[in-house]
Design a protein around this ligand. Structure first.
Ligand SMILES: Cc1cc2nc3c(=O)[nH]c(=O)nc-3n(C[C@H](O)[C@H](O)[C@H](O)COP(=O)(O)O)c2cc1C
Length: 171
């Protein structure tokens, strides 16, 4: 894992809140990233830090909180999938942002290559090989090399200032 140490002073709670609020001005899509643990159990979490990186080689990135229950699996398992959610999949985002519950019992999915769970009815998915992990403070940045992908299309789910939005809504 690549490492870089910060020289910035630790922010107080107020500054952290202000930073989060300011970062929240940036509108993103919403994805669910999936993999399986060493026993073959499916794992998934909601992620909006997804972004494109490179076309040659084809790379994407997302970042995972080091406190996440899925941290060990996502930073060690060699494959994962990223699913871009549609506007009508807010419930899927909420489900995979929660802890504990049987997430995969409540959505349609099938097992893809390398046992990676593939969620159905999403706008698009990318099946990736873990390419590199980069330390990023309280998060770790995962780079994935795209092995396969498919776009179904449809209106995307949008996240902005802590709320779900849709492109057609005029709020
Ligand atoms: C819209 C949205 C975006 C999120 N993006 C991220 C993210 O990019 N990285 C992350 O670590 N957690 C993110 N989260 C929080 C995780 O989905 C949440 O902590 C989840 O419970 C982690 O699952 P786990 O702890 O069971 O592994 C996001 C949550 C929401 C609602």
């Amino acid at each position: 894992m690549s490492t870089q140490h910060s020289t910035a002073p630790a922010p107080n709670a107020l500054q952290s809140r202000a930073l989060r609020d300011t970062l929240g001005q940036f509108a993103t899509g919403v994805t669910v990233v999936t993999t399986c643990d060493t026993s073959g159990n499916p794992l998934g979490m909601t992620v909006n830090s997804f972004n494109s990186v490179s076309l040659d080689p084809p790379l994407i990135l997302w970042s995972i909180d080091r406190q996440s229950l899925g941290y060990e699996a996502f930073t060690k398992q060699p494959y994962f999938a990223v699913h871009i959610l549609k506007a009508d999949q807010q419930h899927v985002s909420n489900l995979f942002a929660g802890r504990g519950a049987d997430k995969f019992g409540q959505v349609r999915w099938h097992e893809g290559p390398e046992q990676v769970p593939i969620l159905e009815d999403c706008a698009a998915y990318f099946h990736c090989r873990l390419y590199n992990c980069v330390e990023g403070g309280d998060h770790t940045i995962l780079l994935g090399e795209v092995q396969d992908f498919k776009a179904e299309g449809g209106e995307p789910l949008v996240f902005h200032r802590g709320c779900y939005r849709s492109l057609s809504a005029d709020d």
